[in-house]
Design a protein around this ligand. Structure first.
Ligand code: CA
Length: 233
C-alpha cells in the first residue's frame, strides 16, 4: 500500500491541528475538513484511505456524513465523538463507521486505531476472495470453503451458529461489530432476545477459542456496543 491519505473532519481548530500535526509527524498524508459538506466533497474528490470523523459538526450530523459516504464508498471511517453515550457510537457504527474514538483521546490512541485500520485495509486488499480462502490469525485458522476452523492445528468443534459468528468476526478483523449488526447477519433480525442469545453463543465460542476465556486475546468485548476480532501480532 502506498502512503495512506487520511481525511480529518473536525470543526474544532485546536483538535484538528493536533491531529494533522500528529499525522504529519508520522509521515501520513492528510486532508482536513471543518464541515460535513467539505468532508463529503473531499471524500469524493480525493478518495482518502481512512476518514477520522467528528460527529458534532456545525452544518450537519456526522451520522449523515457517514451515510452519504457509504452510499458510494467503503472507505474506513473512524468516528471521533465527545459524546460518551453508547447510543451515539452504536448509531455511528450501524450507519457504517468502522471504529470509534472518544474525546479526549491521546495521540498514541489515535495512531494505534489508525494502524489497526490500515492493517485491516491491506489485509482486505490482499484477499479479495475471502470466501474461497483460508484465514489465519495467530493460532486460529478458518477454512471457509471446507466450513471448519482450527486452533493450533486442532479442529474446533463448533455449532453452526458459532461457526457463522466466528466467520463474521474474522471477515471483519479489527472492526467493531455492533450487537445489532451481528444479530442481523446471523438471524436476520435484532430483537432483545437475539442480543441475549448472542451473549450466550459468544461465551461458548470463547470457551472453545480462547486459552483463558476470562481474559480473551482474540475477541474483544465493547461493553454495551459489540465485539471485535483482534489481529494477533
Ligand atoms: Ca465538533
Amino acid at each position: 500500500m502506498n502512503k495512506p491519505v487520511i481525511l480529518v473532519v473536525e470543526d474544532d481548530a485546536p483538535v484538528r491541528n493536533l491531529m494533522s500535526t500528529t499525522l504529519k509527524t508520522h509521515e501520513y498524508k492528510y486532508l482536513t475538513a471543518p464541515t460535513g459538506q467539505d468532508a463529503i466533497m473531499l471524500a469524493s474528490s480525493h478518495n482518502p484511505d481512512v476518514v477520522f470523523l467528528d460527529l458534532g459538526l456545525p452544518d450537519m450530523d456526522g451520522i449523515d456524513v457517514i451515510r452519504k459516504i457509504r452510499s458510494w464508498s467503503n472507505m474506513p471511517i473512524i468516528v471521533i465523538s465527545a459524546r460518551s453515550e453508547d447510543e451515539d457510537k452504536i448509531n455511528a457504527l450501524d450507519a457504517g463507521a468502522d471504529d470509534y474514538l472518544t474525546k479526549p483521546f491521546s495521540v498514541e490512541e489515535l495512531l494505534a486505531r489508525l494502524r489497526v485500520t490500515i492493517r485491516r485495509l491491506s489485509m482486505m486488499n490482499g484477499d479479495t476472495s475471502a470466501d474461497n480462502s483460508v484465514y489465519t490469525n495467530g493460532d486460529l485458522k478458518i477454512d471457509f470453503p471446507a466450513r471448519c476452523a482450527f486452533l493450533k492445528g486442532e479442529e474446533l468443534k463448533l455449532t453452526p451458529i458459532e461457526f457463522k459468528l466466528l466467520c463474521l468476526l474474522a471477515k471483519n478483523t479489527g472492526k467493531v461489530l455492533t450487537h445489532t449488526y451481528i444479530t442481523q447477519n446471523i438471524w436476520g433480525r435484532s430483537w432483545d432476545n437475539d442480543i441475549a442469545s448472542l451473549r450466550v453463543f459468544m461465551v461458548s465460542l470463547r470457551k472453545k477459542l480462547e486459552p483463558t476465556p476470562g481474559s480473551p486475546e482474540l475477541i474483544q468485548t465493547h461493553v454495551g456496543i459489540g465485539y471485535r476480532m483482534l489481529k494477533v501480532e
